[in-house]
Design a protein around this ligand. Sequence first.
Ligand code: ADP
Ligand code: MG
Length: 252
Amino acid sequence: MIQEEKLLEIKHLHKDYGNGPVLKDVSLDVRKGEVVVLIGPSGCGKSTFLRCMNGLEDIQSGEIKLDGKIITDDKTKWSDVRQKIGMVFQSYELFPHMTVIDNIMLGPLKVQKREKNQVEKEAGQLLERVGLYDKKDSFPRQLSGGQKQRVAIVRALIMKPEILLFDEVTAALDPEMVREVLDVMLELAKSGSTMVIVTHEMQFARAVADRILFLDGGEIVESGTPEEFFVNPKTERAKRFLNTFTFEKKEG
Ligand code: ADP
Ligand code: MG
């Protein structure tokens, strides 16, 4: 399902918050339909990398292209780019005073100025797809964490992004709710969505990824298929990192 066409091209990215380099010469191409999973120890730069991809952080040098067009120059309108690069965070940030469906319709109506009936229909279909149609008129406080996170995914999907970024979206959930969110992401992957996913769920990473990137100290240390990475990690750093997940590895 991965197409030849490069959707996102990141070249020689350097990022520094002012206390030394956080991303050091990071390059990555993502093809249409590809699922890239970024893993690595806490503080290695995973969130920063995703945030650079949709302009939430400025960069010191390097270049990012989306659909062949540079998006890291002065002419870039990030509000336009962010409609094409959707992001889902660990905290779902739904508006508490709005119902589920109103939270979902806000972007398409206010930002994209789309027609209400059509948007409402799509919102219903997407809620159906993640198993939450019956919650459309509920308020966020009436939902579990896993349900809220699925709504947050729908809110990103309804903008029809070309690529979706996920930053540890199950990290704050109770264990019994992790699965329902990962299942939605697996379904998205199967249906051909292009995604870059940061996760610590190793079995999920192995199942969903076309490619695993292992990041350590702001550098891409390894890049390969899930099999290559999980069965035969090339570097000591990756081996050491994977050893902290021994329980999960035995299970799988
Ligand atoms: P990860 O997501 O892999 O845990 P982050 O991208 O959040 O890592 O952080 C990478 C490094 O950048 C860390 O050393 C972190 O302290 C630093 N960092 C992240 N955000 C900021 C910020 N807004 N200002 C200064 N330093 C930051
Ligand atoms: Mg992070």
